[in-house]
Design a protein around this ligand. Structure first.
Ligand code: NAD
Length: 361
């Protein structure tokens, strides 16, 4: 097994060091190779996704990614900004299925902006299509309007589009994921207004015929946004397009109270994937040693489960994270009265210690 390690910028290097430490204690046979990405790669190679980094990501069995970005790069032309590395990796690796679990750990229910009884035990999975939709549809651009409400005025335009095969492949991913959980799938669209969404809904319904054991329901995106804050535990697996998924997965993340706890996976058709925390490079706390490494450590667990066929090792990491939370250890972002505040490194060490304890019995 070869894992490409791309730490990136800001807290990326700090949290990645802890995740790698956790992987090493598991006593699995794997090789790692580290390469720069994002702003770090722009500094050394003049591009956020250099050829050598892309080649490593392609050759590896899985990619563990930290985070990229810093405000100091905001003035660079778009193609050279750190965030372009993520889009480039998704495109070149064919990563079309994004898995974003939103789990509210029992010990952290107070950190949610919702009442504890609404989020206690929350465990939902949002599956977002990642390579289509209005974010990539052509044509797009700016021009002078020839019709509409203000002919002759400058206008911006984008194209929302999905083809049948694009919807079919994400539908299969979602039904299969639902099968492994509670066999309930909610497909989110805006079929009452959008043609693209009507096709989405039709295809979801047709693919459903191959998964009769899974219960499928359809929900409009505005209602889904409302239900997520009203009764989030009613959902189990949610599948939706790129733009709706972008928004709903961040909304779901906030229900859990801390973005520092949430992993993610982006998979290709062979389950090869890129694994990364749901948060960014947090330049405001970079270098202070206070970032929460658990989202990256849990991303490593997802990697072991989905791409490297090591579900037991993944479960050991997840149990160790539960154990450090139960011990009352907290990084600053999840700290509350009565718990012990620890640094990034101390949190990583505690997860390693919890795993070692289970290995040595
Ligand atoms: P962010 O997620 O980096 O930070 C938002 C807030 O959450 C900050 O206050 C930060 O300190 C806190 N935070 C984030 N992760 C944390 C952690 N592990 N532990 C403790 N606190 C944490 O989002 P932002 O500030 O909007 O963006 C910063 C940079 O990150 C930008 O350049 C943005 O483009 C980039 N970004 C990158 C990714 C990615 O690499 N996938 C995703 C989102 C944003």
């Amino acid at each position: 097994m070869k894992i490409a390690i791309l730490p990136g910028d800001g807290i990326g290097t700090e949290i990645m060091a802890e995740a790698v430490k956790v992987l090493r204690v598991l006593d699995l046979k794997f090789e790692t190779e580290t390469a720069p990405v994002g702003g770090a790669a722009y500094e050394t190679a003049g591009h956020p996704l250099p050829e050598s980094t892309l080649a490593l990501a392609k050759a590896a069995d899985a990619v563990l990614f930290g985070a990229v970005g810093d405000w100091k790069y905001d003035k660079l032309e778009r193609a050279l900004r750190p965030e372009q590395a993520i889009l480039g990796l998704r495109k070149h690796l064919g990563l079309f299925a994004n898995f974003r679990p939103a789990i509210c750990y029992e010990q952290l229910t107070h950190a949610s902006s919702l009442k504890p009884e609404l989020v206690a035990g929350l465990d939902i999975l949002i599956i977002r299509e990642l390579t289509g939709d209005i974010y990539f549809g052509q044509p797009r651009g700016r021009r002078t309007a020839v019709d509409g409400h203000f002919p002759g005025a400058e206008e911006g335009f984008d194209t929302m589009r999905y083809s049948r095969p694009e919807i079919e492949r994400i539908a299969h991913v979602a039904f299969q994921a639902a099968r492994k959980r509670s066999k309930r799938l909610t497909s989110v669209d805006k079929a009452n207004v959008l043609e693209t969404s009507q096709l989405w809904k039709d295809v979801m319904t047709q693919v459903h015929a191959q998964y009769p054991d899974v219960e499928l329901d359809h929900m409009y995106v505005d209602n889904a946004a409302m239900q997520l804050v009203k009764a989030p535990k009613k959902f189990d697996v949610v599948v939706t397009g790129n733009m709706f998924g972008d928004i709903l997965s961040d909304e779901a993340a906030m229900l859990t109270g801390s973005i520092g706890m949430l992993p993610s996976a982006s998979l290709d058709k062979h389950n090869k994937g890129l694994y990364e925390p749901s948060h960014g490079s947090a330049p405001d706390i970079a270098g202070k040693g206070i970032a929460n490494p658990l989202a990256t450590i849990l991303s490593a667990a997802m990697m072991l489960k989905f791409s490297l066929n090591q579900p037991e090792a993944a479960a050991r990491i997840e149990a160790a994270v539960q154990s450090v939370l139960a011990q009352g250890l907290r990084t600053a972002d999840i700290w509350s009265e009565g718990t012990r505040k620890v640094s990034t490194r101390e949190m990583g060490d505690a997860v390693v210690a919890a795993i070692t304890k289970t290995i040595t019995g």
